[in-house]
Design a protein around this ligand. Structure first.
Ligand code: MLT
Length: 323
C-alpha cells in the first residue's frame, strides 16, 4: 500500500471516529425490571437487554427498581420522560395492581405505550428440601394438619408468585402464611435454606435449583408439562384440577412516546426475540419468546386488557386491598 493511500485511510478513520463516539455517547436505553436482581424477570430483562443492544445498536442497561409487588418500578416508568429511553419489563402482575393497591399513583393501562409481548414462562410450585411431602396429594394432607403454620413466599402483593399462591390457597380452601420479598431471588434463597416452606416461581428461576435438588418440586403451574422437566406432573394432573397459570411478560414505554420511537423499539424487540443468542438464553430456562405477531403493541394491549378483566373478577371476589 502506498504512503498516499495510507494517509488517505488515516484521514478517513479520523473523520469517522468522532461520529461513532458521538453515537455511543448518546443516552442508554434503560429497561426497568421491577423486581430484585438475580430473579426470573431480571434474567429475562438482561437477556433482552443484550439482544436489543445489538438490534438497536445502542447501549441498553437494566435497572432493578423493586418493591411493592412491582408497582414501584412501574410507577417510575409511568412518570419517566416519553422519549424512548426508559422502558418497563413487567409480568402478569402488571394487570392486577389496579385491583389490589388503593393508592396506586399511576394507571397500568392508560399511562403506558405498549411495545410488545416478550415471553411466556410456566411456573413451578417448589418447597424447601425438608418439606414432609413429595407429591401434591401428600402436600394436601400436610395442609390439613399444619394449616397456616405452613408459609409461602412471594415477590409482593400482585406479583406472579403472589397470584400463583393465591390460586393455590383458593383451591386448597386454606390460608397459608404469606411471606413477601422484593423479588423471588431473595424468596428462593429462604426456601432453599428452609426458612420458608413453599414458593411458586417462574421456571426460568427454579429449573437449575430443581435439577440440583436444592428445591423440591411439587408440580408445574401450566396446563401442560414443560419440556425441561418432563417427569414433573402439572398441578392440574397431580390433584389440583383446573390449576392453570402461565406468566407472560410485556415491554412498555411511558404514554406519550412518539409513534416513530415506538415503531423503532418494536422493530428492535422483534429482531432481538429472533436472535439466536436470546432464543438460546430463553430456551435454556424454559421461557418461550413471543412470536413476531405477539411482539407488537396491539397484541400486548389486547393481552393486558383481557388479563385486567380476568384478574379483576378474581381479585374483587378475594377482596384483598393494600395501600
Ligand atoms: C414474580 O413473582 O412476579 C416474579 O417472579 C418476581 C421476580 O422476578 O423476582
Amino acid at each position: 500500500m502506498s504512503l498516499k493511500t495510507l494517509l488517505s485511510l488515516a484521514m478517513l478513520l479520523a473523520l469517522c471516529l468522532p461520529v461513532q463516539a458521538a453515537e455511543r455517547a448518546g443516552p442508554p436505553l434503560t429497561i426497568v425490571v421491577p423486581f430484585a436482581a438475580g430473579g426470573p424477570t431480571d434474567a429475562l430483562g438482561r437477556a433482552l437487554a443484550a439482544a436489543m443492544a445489538d438490534s438497536l445498536d445502542r447501549k441498553v442497561v437494566v435497572r432493578n427498581v423493586d418493591g411493592a409487588g412491582g408497582t414501584v418500578g412501574a410507577e417510575r416508568v409511568a412518570k419517566a420522560g416519553p422519549d424512548g429511553n426508559t422502558l418497563l419489563l413487567s409480568n402478569i402482575g402488571h394487570a392486577t395492581s389496579m385491583w389490589l393497591y388503593t393508592a396506586l399513583r399511576y394507571h397500568p393501562v392508560d399511562d403506558f405505550a405498549p411495545i410488545g409481548m416478550v415471553a411466556e414462562v410456566p411456573m413451578t410450585l417448589v418447597a424447601k428440601p425438608g418439606l414432609k411431602a413429595a407429591t401434591v396429594e401428600e402436600f394436601k394432607a400436610l395442609v390439613r394438619t399444619e394449616g397456616n403454620r405452613l408459609s409461602i413466599a412471594n415477590a409482593g402483593v400482585g406479583s406472579a408468585s403472589y397470584l400463583c399462591g393465591l390460586l393455590l390457597m383458593d383451591m386448597l380452601r386454606t390460608e397459608l402464611t404469606s411471606v413477601p420479598y422484593r423479588g423471588t431471588k431473595p424468596a428462593v434463597m429462604d426456601v432453599m435454606n428452609g426458612h420458608v416452606d413453599l414458593l411458586c416461581d417462574q421456571t426460568t428461576h427454579t429449573l437449575p435449583l430443581i435439577r440440583s435438588a436444592r428445591l423440591k418440586v411439587l408440580g408445574v403451574s401450566a396446563k401442560a408439562r414443560t419440556a425441561e422437566l418432563p417427569q414433573v406432573p402439572t398441578l392440574d394432573e397431580a390433584g389440583l384440577a383446573g390449576f392453570d397459570l402461565t406468566v407472560w411478560h410485556g415491554l412498555y414505554a411511558p404514554k406519550g412516546t412518539p409513534p416513530e420511537t415506538v415503531a423503532a423499539l418494536v422493530a428492535g424487540l422483534r429482531e432481538a426475540l429472533a436472535s439466536p443468542s436470546l432464543t438460546a438464553a430463553f430456551a435454556s430456562r424454559g421461557a418461550r419468546p413471543a412470536s413476531p405477531g405477539d411482539a407488537q403493541p396491539d397484541a400486548l394491549q389486547a393481552q393486558l386488557a383481557s388479563e385486567v378483566q380476568r384478574w379483576g373478577e378474581i381479585l374483587r371476589k378475594a377482596a384483598i386491598y393494600v395501600e
